[in-house]
Design a protein around this ligand. Structure first.
Ligand code: FES
Ligand SMILES: [Fe+2]
Length: 344
């Protein structure tokens, strides 16, 4: 069985499956359901009376209205149009207009496993029949000694550009040279790769803790990236400033970036850091993110087709290979399941 490069590119561009993705910040989902589009799929999410999150395909099985326009009824969501109720498993659970219905209990809607961690709601996007793996997050997002603040932004570019941007530490000293934290350091560098248990590190040789000098990519049931940016002395307590980044496709040309700003502080120091961050640093960091957004949105969706890469792009080249290989494996596995004879 051969899968074409175009097919692999399409899958990689729309979002690799069998992974957890953060889809919204927790604070955005209160009592009313919300409708979102992620990985090109329209999804309704809501909370039950315990606050537990549920997510199903955002389409009423009756006539196709958006379920997210309706209301939550504990672990069901009710359609605004004629009141049909869909449960968390995607079953048509009640048709109040006729009191009963033969269609009841048949699963009609795709349902998404959901978990809430580190101030965000994560959904599992799987190939048909593939059960979710546990979501393993980096230690910075597991609480304990770490405090983190989540910031989410919408960028009008394919999500792979946002991932590639972070796998490119060299842009710090250029794109962000006028920022509060990335003015220092060499404008020329050699970069190398280092293996980790869950991915790899791409780092500058001979410079660390001066600018954006290294980045880690990991795949632990979700793709995430880790980096540190130094604090300038006048920006408060010293030590590097940790960032965990994840990117979720909205569709082929839009994405959401989730950046958790992290510090290893607990107790009153964590509160002090949060206060200082909100008061003095957050605006500066939004400004830096804006520079990334502007540059990425300026690139054509086809930019990848005509590039003159050099050694500093080895990190993103590796990411592309990894994504295409994963896409190929997924499509092949899906084909084996749907057409068993094709595997022979
Ligand atoms: S379309 Fe939803 S109840 Fe009719
Ligand atoms: Fe950047």
């Amino acid at each position: 069985m051969t899968v074409s490069v175009e097919e692999c590119e399409r899958r990689a561009n729309s979002g690799l499956l069998n992974r957890w993705y953060p889809v919204v910040a927790s604070w955005r989902l209160a009592n009313a359901p919300i409708g979102i589009t992620r990985l090109g799929e329209r999804i309704a999410i809501w909370r039950d009376h315990k606050g537990q999150v549920h997510a199903v395909e955002d389409r009423c099985p009756h006539r196709g209205a958006r379920l997210s326009l309706g209301w939550s009824k504990d672990d069901r969501i009710a359609c605004w149009y004629h009141g049909v109720e869909v449960d968390a498993g995607g079953h048509m659970a009640a048709v109040p207009a006729i009191g009963r219905c033969e269609a009841e209990k048949r699963a009609r809607n795709k349902a998404y496993p959901a978990v809430e961690r580190a101030g965000a709601i994560f959904l599992w996007f799987g190939s048909p029949g593939v059960e979710p793996t546990p979501l393993v997050l980096p230690e910075e997002l597991e609480g304990g000694e770490w405090g983190s603040i989540l910031c989410v932004a919408h960028w009008k570019c394919n999500y792979r550009y946002a991932l590639e941007n972070v796998l490119d530490p060299m842009h710090g000293i250029y794109l962000h040279a006028a920022s509060h934290s990335m003015a220092e350091g060499e404008k020329m560098a050699t970069l190398r790769q280092r293996e980790t248990e869950t991915g790899f590190v791409f780092e500058k040789v001979g410079q660390t803790g001066v600018n954006f000098d290294w980045v880690e990519l990991a795949d632990t049931g979700a793709f995430w990236q880790r980096l540190t940016i130094p604090y300038r002395k006048n920006a408060g307590p010293g030590g590097p400033f940790g960032i965990i980044g994840m990117v979720t496709p909205v569709d082929d040309t839009n994405c959401l970036v989730f950046f958790w700003r992290c510090r290893k502080v607990d107790g009153w120091k964590r509160d002090a850091w949060r206060f200082l961050y909100r008061a003095r640093l957050e605006q500066l960091h939004w400004h830096v993110l804006e520079q990334d957004r502007v540059i990425l949105e300026s690139m054509l969706d086809t930019a990848r087709d005509d590039e003159a890469l050099y050694a500093h792009d080895a990190g993103l080249v590796r990411l592309r290979r990894m994504f295409l290989k994963t896409a190929q494996d997924q499509i092949e596995a899906e084909t084996r399941v749907s057409q068993p004879q094709a595997a022979v």
